[in-house]
Design a protein around this ligand. Structure first.
Ligand code: NAD
Length: 357
């Protein structure tokens, strides 16, 4: 029996709808496995702008910092499209990641047998299922490096600098090795070491660290090849770890392989066990308030939280299996509906999953 304090940021659009289902499932897990999950609700995004004039109120940060983990729905929407850039709802995400020191982004790309048809790749390529985890560095590299304009050989030129310290590389690789130990114990470090000095440092650090994880099979792959291998033979991968910019691109590619954005969870982690867990999709204003959103990505985000922050493997598996079961039963929200399956709303899908916990 454990006691866990969870900050819940529902956000905007479909955020509150999908988060509610995720919280219901978490409560059911608490009942079945005798854990005490206490939820503390906090505002961020457009709803926070409406309520207190800023997208990330100080109170929200305090609630998050005092919690063991954070669940987030999604933020943003057309209502706030014209607010000044520094105050856009989406800025709340960057603020949360920076303030909570979340430098590592975990994005699984998994194909369920029952949804194999939604995968754009040929059936034989993903036969038997697919389960990849992309670990992306989130707070360093070219997105945060020095940038500007200068006078170059051909006149004015723009530049963006990619820089990584050994410390930054070590901490993200540590996360990758540790999560690989909870999975199939394979890490592929994706880089461009034939060209980039930063990539060569990533390789050196990874080689040094692999002695600490003798059970993990470490390999290296150039990013151009990795992009190709993801569509040619994605089943070869277990954990892929990479820099901010490469991870940005590869994680979107990998998520497309699985078919629907409404199915994919993510985790942002820091040094310890604290993490922020959220679906990869946005606030989907086009379907908000209509009971049409797929709550599975939010529900699976809770499973990730149980696994990576609280090391509650059985509990996480109970959620994953419940999702698998409802999909096998042919239950579908509109985004994954096809002929011959049963159409459900957000709430009904949440209830169906909960019933299998
Ligand atoms: P989106 O992910 O919200 O929606 C893209 C498409 O996918 C839409 O057609 C939507 O209906 C569908 N979709 C998304 N989630 C779904 C779900 N759970 N079930 C069924 N269908 C789903 O992306 P967008 O339209 O580009 O952005 C909308 C708003 O969300 C914008 O304000 C954007 O800035 C914000 N956004 C927030 C986050 C976040 O909070 N992490 C991420 C991306 C976008």
């Amino acid at each position: 029996m454990g006691n866990y304090r969870i900050a819940v940021i529902q956000g905007d659009g479909i955020g509150p709808e999908v988060t509610q289902e995720a919280v219901n499932v978490l409560k059911a897990v608490g009942e079945r496995f005798q854990h005490n999950f206490t939820m503390e609700y906090a505002l961020a995004g457009g709803c926070a702008i409406d309520a207190c004039g800023e997208c990330l109120p100080a109170e929200t940060l305090t609630i998050c910092k005092e919690a063991d983990s954070v669940i987030l729905g999604a933020v943003g929407g057309p209502k706030w499209d014209n607010v000044p850039n520094a105050q856009r709802p989406e800025k709340a995400l960057l603020g949360l990641r920076a303030e909570l020191e979340l430098f590592s982004n975990l994005r699984p790309a998994k194909i369920y047998d029952a949804l194999a048809d939604a995968c754009p790749l040929k059936a034989d390529i993903v036969e038997g299922g697919l389960d990849i985890l992309i670990v992306r560095e989130l707070t360093g590299g070219i997105y945060f490096g020095e940038r500007g304009y200068r006078e170059g050989k051909y006149g004015i030129e723009a530049y963006d600098i990619e820089a990584y310290s050994e410390m930054e590389i070590k901490r993200i690789l540590k996360n990758a090795f540790e999560v690989a130990m909870q999975r199939n114990k394979k890490v592929c470090c994706v880089d461009k070491a034939n060209v980039l000095e930063t990539s060569r440092l990533w390789r050196k650090v990874a080689e040094e660290m692999k002695n600490d994880y003798p059970e993990v099979d470490l390999s290296f792959m150039y990013v151009d090849n990795a992009a190709m291998q993801l569509v040619r033979n994605p089943k070869q991968f277990d954990v892929m770890v990479t820099s901010n910019i490469f991870g940005d691109i590869l994680s979107d590619e990998a998520s497309m392989i699985t078919g629907s954005i409404g199915l994919l969870p993510s985790a942002s982690l820091g040094e310890g066990t604290f993490g922020m867990y959220e679906p990869i999709h946005g606030s989907a204003p086009d379907i908000a308030g209509q009971n049409k959103a797929n709550p599975i990505a939010a529900i699976l985000s809770v499973a990730m939280m149980l696994k990576y922050s609280f090391h509650l493997e059985k509990e996480a598996e109970a959620i994953e299996n419940a999702v698998k079961t409802v999909l096998e039963e042919g239950l579908r929200t509109p985004d994954i509906f096809s002929e011959g399956t049963s159409l459900l709303g957000t709430k009904e899908m949440g209830q169906a999953i909960l019933a299998h916990i």
